[in-house]
Design a binder for this molecule. Sequence first.
Ligand code: NAD
Ligand code: UFG
Length: 337
Amino acid sequence: MRIFLTGGAGYIGSHTLLEVLSAAHEVCVYDDYSNSAPAALARVEQLTNRKFKTVTGDIRDQVSLATALTEFKPDVVVHFAGKKAVGESVEKPLMYYENNVSGTLSLLRAMEAAGCNRIVFSSSATVYGEPQYLPLDENHPLSATNPYGQTKLMVEHILRDWCTARDQASAVLLRYFNPVGAHDSGMIGEDPNDIPNNLMPFVSQVAVGRRETLQVFGSDYDTPDGTGVRDYIHVVDLAKAHAAAIVYAAAHKGCEAINVGTGQGSSVLDVVRAFEKASGRSIPYTMAPRRPGDVAALYAQPDKARTLLGWDAERDLADMCVSAWKWQSQNPDGYGD
Ligand code: NAD
Ligand code: UFG
């Protein structure tokens, strides 16, 4: 098939690109490199020994995007492009609504012009808001606690309405839990700008000596060790879920939301211990107050992905830490400048 990846140079996009090329699909990556580097694409080319098309552009640039889609004529679009930092979304909500919501509207218009009716969308477990029960299944009520979460919810609604209005349309909303880790080669991985917001990249930077101490946000939660519990999912498993979702979207019509998680919760201290084991380094940490907006525990009921996509997570927390460490230690400055 012909697969168009918006944001394909980013963390999850580059790992998915590798899986999609390995499955012998033809690919076009569309990215403005606002949060990524072309170096990631060069490394995927090296790893797969396959060529693919790239277009540099912003998804909000309707003309550029429509031209790219009309020329490439994709069977399925996988839509990663967007902003993802919760704190920044509170400070700059318009930037988030413009990139994530207007950007998606621009994409759907361009897809219609190019005659493409199938999309796989990067949604997030953030659409469940404060958990009312665990594990979170896809029928859990939806809500948003910040502008980033609002954009994911809005785009889910837009895609559902788009499918209702178009007989031939198919949308798969993949609700990611906490993606971490890197490709086994250590050649591609997560390369955050500035100070990482997320736990695993922060822990890796402490291990490699770029930062001194981890702050553990909250030690008095109602969890087994008092620290926050999340469902960490290996980015390679997540990439494989996209490959399965592409096949599903090509064979089905309508809109489906599907959790992508392991169903297993791990605490902050579980992650610290697993990373220490994987790296052979100690991770100094201090207990700090809770981070505003955080919940105690969040983990998925992953059965729907198994039933609809035939997909299951295969990698555990140790695999996630080993691969994250390989990437971090081989590339202490990420992709560099
Ligand atoms: P990322 O920032 O590494 O990748 C996003 C890519 O999109 C980057 O290459 C960036 O340059 C590009 N991009 C951003 N805005 C663009 C625009 N207007 N036009 C063209 N390209 C643009 O992020 P990621 O972690 O790979 O996340 C990918 C998607 O998954 C995002 O939509 C994110 O919200 C979603 N998601 C991520 C997580 C996570 O923890 N990483 C969790 C849930 C959902
Ligand atoms: N944490 C720390 N110290 C840090 C960073 C994080 O203790 O320096 C803790 C947090 O308090 C939380 C856990 O580690 O208990 C995980 O935090 P992350 O920031 O890594 O992940 P979140 O679960 O807060 O958020 C992630 C994505 C969001 C997405 C959400 C829902 O960043 O975009 O998962 O799946 F919406």
